[in-house]
Design a protein around this ligand. Structure first.
Ligand SMILES: CC(C)(COP(=O)(O)OP(=O)(O)OC[C@H]1O[C@@H](n2cnc3c(N)ncnc32)[C@H](O)[C@@H]1O)[C@@H](O)C(=O)NCCC(=O)NCCS
Ligand SMILES: Nc1ncnc2c1ncn2[C@@H]1O[C@H](COP(=O)(O)OP(=O)(O)OP(=O)(O)O)[C@@H](O)[C@H]1O
Length: 196
């Protein structure tokens, strides 16, 4: 079974694109969601994250994601350490999930697929792009995020130019109808590759 990595900068629309693949019957794994789930359910992760960030990282067993984000997106060492706690657990969870799927290919959607090196384990990598202003507008509408919070995360991610060099395909996500037809087109290409 082929693994197709799907990534894009914050607010690019990668989850929206993943949804279009899902509508076509393709199994989709969302690493951001798995990371959040494991942050909440794994006692081992809770212990490590509390040791890294402090007691304020959790209220009981519930992670204070806003607080964790405010620490790690302003302190690179702590972000690296948090990645080191979450990423191996997500990789393991993905392998378990993948072994239960029955499809020519699955989508592995991850925010920092290139930055964290996960793209090397994928057979094909797709990059979703949008203009910076467009991404900021979408995030402000979706999350009520401040410009400062959005820019702190953007600063920790590679530029689209750098990511394009490693991507096999790009989806420019401006007009949703065009994005959807690009997904149809890529799905056909990937299915053909899977048969060869
Ligand atoms: C810091 C945390 C608690 C913030 O949670 P929050 O709900 O605010 O954000 P969420 O997880 O939905 O991510 C939203 C976006 O932030 C950006 N982002 C998240 N983690 C990272 C990271 N490690 N590096 C750069 N950008 C990141 C991405 O663009 C992502 O799509 C959470 O993102 C986290 O645990 N991150 C570290 C682990 C990680 O890399 N997760 C993502 C893939 S497994
Ligand atoms: N082409 C588009 N036109 C208008 N709005 C869009 C478009 N694509 C996505 N959106 C909206 O922009 C917001 C961000 O999209 P989405 O959640 O898919 O991005 P993401 O890259 O997964 O975000 P994050 O990096 O935060 O995980 C959502 O509210 C979504 O509905």
């Amino acid at each position: 079974m082929m693994v197709v990595g799907l990534t894009g900068g914050i607010g690019s629309g990668k989850t929206t694109v993943a949804g279009f693949f899902k509508e076509k019957g393709i199994p989709v794994y969302i690493a951001d969601d798995a990371g959040k789930r494991l942050l909440e359910t794994s006692a081992e992760i809770r212990e490590k994250v509390t040791a890294l960030i402090g007691k304020e990282a959790y209220s009981g067993k519930t992670p204070n994601r806003k607080h964790i984000a405010s620490v790690v997106f302003n302190e690179s060492d702590k972000l690296e350490a948090l990645n080191g706690i979450i990423h191996p657990a997500v990789a393991k969870d993905f392998e378990t999930w993948k072994s239960k799927q029955n499809s020519v290919y699955v989508i592995y959607e991850a925010a920092i697929l290139f930055e964290a090196g996960g793209y090397k384990k994928c057979d094909i990598n797709i990059l979703v792009t949008a203009d910076k202003e467009e991404k900021i507008k979408r995030l402000q509408q979706r999350d009520n995020s401040s410009l400062e919070e959005i820019e702190a995360r953007m600063a920790k991610q590679w530029s689209d130019e750098r990511k394009k060099k490693l991507a096999d395909f790009e989806i420019e996500n401006h007009d949703l109808a065009l994005t959807k037809s690009r997904v149809d087109e890529l799905n056909e290409i990937i299915l053909k590759r899977g048969k060869n």
